[in-house]
Design a protein. Structure first.
Length: 211
């Protein structure tokens, strides 16, 4: 389903295996259509008339936890990146990306992964750098183990499961299991929120984001 003017195909059309279930012209309409159609992925324009894309995303992720939201913006340094991810967005892309890249993002997010354009990632890091000192990650009641802290730190730096496994000398399956456990314990929807949790906990700093 598309939100705002960002749709690349009309309702019912299929492009590269992506079927557009519906189109909305406002944030409120996007929420209503999502409630009715229950799409796998919503492509949301961050700047929507009336209810903006962030507010609409917050409503959609609260009402439809199985629906993923990709935010589209004209600006790769949009000040709302952090707020959009906090609202539950699973992806954040810029509109000047090629259509095939946007469609790839839809497939990635639909599969349960998270995706953020590199330029937006830099902006997100800057947002964290400007925030107050991070809050320590409490050991209880989250029950995060020492190994899971290591995994969370590496996930916060953007490493994939395979890269985490290689770094910690564990199997990819074990790395995946740790990620799944962290998602549950931290109440996170996806890896984007794990990155946020890692920064909030002070496990990752902008200076140490690079792999």
């Amino acid at each position: 389903m598309g939100g705002g003017s960002s749709s690349q195909a009309g309702a019912g059309e299929a492009v590269a295996g992506v079927v557009v279930a519906g189109e909305a012209g406002t944030g409120a309409q996007a929420v209503q259509l999502t409630r009715r159609l229950r799409p796998d992925v919503v492509v949301m324009d961050i700047r929507m008339p009336g209810m903006d894309g962030i507010e609409a995303t917050r409503a959609i992720t609260a009402e439809s936890p199985d629906t993923r939201v990709i935010m589209l913006t004209t600006f790769d340094d949009d000040a709302n990146v952090h707020a959009a991810l906090r609202a539950g967005a699973s992806g954040f892309l810029v509109k000047d990306m090629a259509l095939e890249d946007i469609l790839t993002a839809v497939h990635v997010v639909a599969a349960g992964d998270a995706l953020i354009a590199p330029s937006v990632t830099r902006r997100l890091i800057a947002e964290f750098a400007a925030r107050p000192e991070p809050r320590p990650l409490p050991r209880e009641p989250l029950g995060v183990t020492a190994r899971e802290r290591e995994v969370l730190t590496l996930a916060g730096r953007g490493l994939s499961n395979a890269e985490i496994a290689a770094r910690l000398h564990i199997s990819p399956g074990t790395a995946k299991a740790h990620i799944a456990s962290l998602l549950t314990k931290l109440g996170a929807r996806d890896r984007v929120q794990l990155v946020i949790a890692a920064y909030d906990a002070g496990l990752v700093s902008p200076q140490h984001h690079d792999r």
